[in-house]
Design a binder for this molecule. Structure first.
Ligand code: GDP
Ligand code: MG
Length: 437
C-alpha cells in the first residue's frame, strides 16, 4: 500500500528538527516510486521529485507536525501547482460557443458531451445543442439522442450523411437559427491512434474553428494516456483535457503526466456514467489522490496555524530538562482542542481513520482529564512528584472521579513523561492522545 510505504519512509525523518539533505533522500525515493505506481511517467516523476527535494531541504519543522507530514504537504503543494495551480473554466462568451470533443473510442466522449450539455443548461442557464458527428456507428447517434432526451437538450444528427465536416457546419447553422448559445460536437473515435480519425477531426476543426477543443481521455489507461494525449495535441492543439472514469480505483497519475507533457489544463473530470454530475478539476484534490494520502494536508495546515512557535520552544526545553508538568499538559490539551474535533483530527492521519472509527474518542474523554488537572492546586500541577495518595484522594473528590481514575491518569502521565524524556524532544502532541479515560 502506497500510503503505508510513504509513512514508513517518513518515519525515518522523525526526530529531526529540520529536513536535511540526508534524511530526505530515502523519502524522495519512496515518493518517486509512489508516483510511478500511480502511473506517472518515470522521467516526469524524477524531475518532479528533484524539484521537491530542493524545496524541502532546510525547511523548518514545527513541533506540532512530524517532518514526514510536512514533506507530504510540500509534495502535495508542488503536485497541485504543476497540474495547474487553480482550476480553469471554459470560455462561453461567443455566440454560439463551439466546443469540439475528441478522443479515442470508449474514452467517454459521448457521455461527457451529455454531462457538459446538462451542466451548461442547468448550472449556467445556457441552451446547448448536441451534435452527433460520429458517422461510423449508427448506435452512436442513438446513444446521444437518448442522453439528449434525458436532459431535455436537442440533438442534431444526419443519419444518412457520411461527411462529419458537413454535419458540423449544418449543425452550427441550425444553432444560429434556433438561438443555441453553445454547440457541442461529439466526434467519432477509434480504438487506437489512427490517421483516418485524426484527419477527420482535424478537418472538422479547420471547418468550424471551435472555441474549445476538449480532449477526452480514460484515466484507467495509465501510461498510454500520455501517448494518446501527445498524438491528439500534435494534431489538434487542443485547449483542455477531460479525465474520465475517475470513479474507478485509478490513482490519476495520468493527470500529472499529461499536464507535464502537453502543458494544457485539465478542465473537467468525469466520475461516473450518470449525467447529473460534472466535476470541475481541482488540482489540490487530484494531488491528494495521486499521493493516496488521507486529508493530512488539512491537518498540517491547521496545526501550523494554531501552534505557537515560542511556546513550543519553551515546552521543548522543559521536556528536555524533565520539567514537563500538569500545567504544560493542560496547555497542550487546549492546543489540541483549538485545532478542532479530536476524532476528526485523528481521522486525518493516514491509517488511523479506520482504526478509530468505532472507538469513543469524544471531547468528553478529554474533559475528564481536564477535570482532574483542574482539581489540583497550582503547586501540585507544577510539581507532579508531590502528589501522594492523600492528595490523590482529595483531587478525586474535587472533580467527582473515582480514586482509581486519578491513579490511572497519574500512571499514564508518568509513563508519558518518561517516554518524552527518552525522546529528548517532543515530536508532536500525539503521545498525550493515548490517555483515554
Ligand atoms: P465514447 O466512445 O468516447 O463516446 O465513450 P462513451 O461515452 O460511449 O463511454 C464508453 C463507456 O464508458 C460507456 O459504457 C460509458 O457509460 C462509460 N463511461 C463514460 N464515462 C464514464 C465515467 O466517468 N465513469 C465510468 N465508470 N464510466 C464511464
Ligand atoms: Mg461516442
Amino acid at each position: 500500500n502506497l500510503s503505508e510505504r510513504l509513512e514508513s519512509a517518513f518515519k525515518q525523518l522523525k526526530g529531526e528538527g529540520r529536513i536535511s539533505e540526508i534524511n530526505v533522500a530515502s523519502t524522495i525515493k519512496e515518493i518517486r516510486r509512489a508516483l510511478v505506481d500511480a502511473d506517472v511517467n518515470f522521467k516526469i516523476a524524477k524531475e518532479f521529485t528533484d524539484k521537491v527535494k530542493e524545496k524541502a531541504t532546510g525547511e523548518k519543522v514545527i513541533t506540532a507536525v512530524s517532518p514526514g507530514q510536512l514533506m507530504v504537504k510540500i509534495v502535495k503543494d508542488e503536485l497541485a501547482e504543476l497540474m495547474g495551480g487553480t482550476e480553469s473554466e471554459i470560455n462561453l462568451n461567443n455566440k454560439p460557443t463551439i466546443i469540439l470533443i475528441a478522443g479515442l473510442q470508449g474514452s467517454g466522449k459521448t457521455t461527457f458531451s451529455g454531462k457538459l450539455a446538462n451542466f451548461l443548461k442547468s448550472k449556467k442557464g445556457r441552451n446547448p445543442l448536441l451534435v452527433a458527428a460520429d458517422i461510423y456507428r449508427p448506435a452512436a447517434i442513438d446513444q446521444l439522442k437518448v442522453l439528449g432526451e434525458q436532459i431535455k437538450v436537442p440533438v442534431y444528427s444526419e443519419p444518412e450523411n457520411k461527411d462529419a465536416v458537413a454535419i458540423a457546419q449544418n449543425a452550427i447553422a441550425e444553432a444560429k437559427k434556433n438561438g443555441n448559445g453553445v454547440v457541442i460536437i461529439d466526434t467519432a473515435g477509434r480504438l487506437a491512434i489512427d490517421e483516418v480519425m485524426m484527419t477527420e477531426v482535424a478537418n472538422v476543426k479547420a471547418a468550424v474553428q471551435p472555441h474549445e477543443i476538449l480532449f477526452v481521455v480514460d484515466s484507467m489507461t495509465g501510461q498510454d494516456a500520455v501517448n494518446t494525449a501527445k498524438a491528439f495535441n500534435d494534431r489538434l492543439n487542443f485547449t483542455g483535457v477531460v479525465l474520465t472514469k475517475l470513479d474507478g480505483d485509478t490513482r490519476g497519475g495520468a493527470a500529472l503526466s499529461i499536464r507535464y507533457t502537453v502543458d494544457k489544463p485539465i478542465k473537467f473530470v468525469s466520475m461516473g456514467e450518470k449525467l447529473d454530475t460534472l466535476d470541475v478539476f481541482y488540482p489540490e484534490r487530484m494531488a491528494q489522490r495521486i499521493l493516496g494520502m488521507g486529508d493530512i494536508t488539512t491537518l498540517v495546515e491547521r496545526a501550523q496555524a494554531q501552534f505557537d512557535e515560542a511556546q513550543a520552544k519553551k515546552l521543548e526545553k522543559k521536556i528536555r530538562n524533565n520539567k514537563f508538568d500538569f500545567e504544560d499538559f493542560k496547555e497542550q490539551l487546549g492546543q489540541i482542542k483549538k485545532m478542532g474535533n479530536i476524532k476528526d483530527l485523528l481521522a486525518m492521519i493516514p491509517g488511523v481513520g479506520k482504526a478509530i472509527k468505532d472507538i469513543d474518542i469524544s471531547d468528553d474523554a478529554f474533559k475528564g482529564i481536564e477535570a482532574i488537572i483542574n482539581s489540583m492546586t497550582p503547586y501540585e500541577r507544577q510539581n507532579p512528584d508531590v502528589i501522594d495518595p492523600n492528595r490523590r484522594r482529595r483531587i478525586a473528590k474535587g472533580c467527582g472521579k473515582d480514586i482509581s481514575d486519578v491513579n490511572a491518569f497519574m500512571k499514564q502521565f508518568e509513563q508519558m513523561r518518561q517516554m518524552m524524556g527518552q525522546m529528548g524532544k517532543m515530536r508532536g502532541m500525539m503521545p498525550g492522545m493515548g490517555m483515554g479515560m
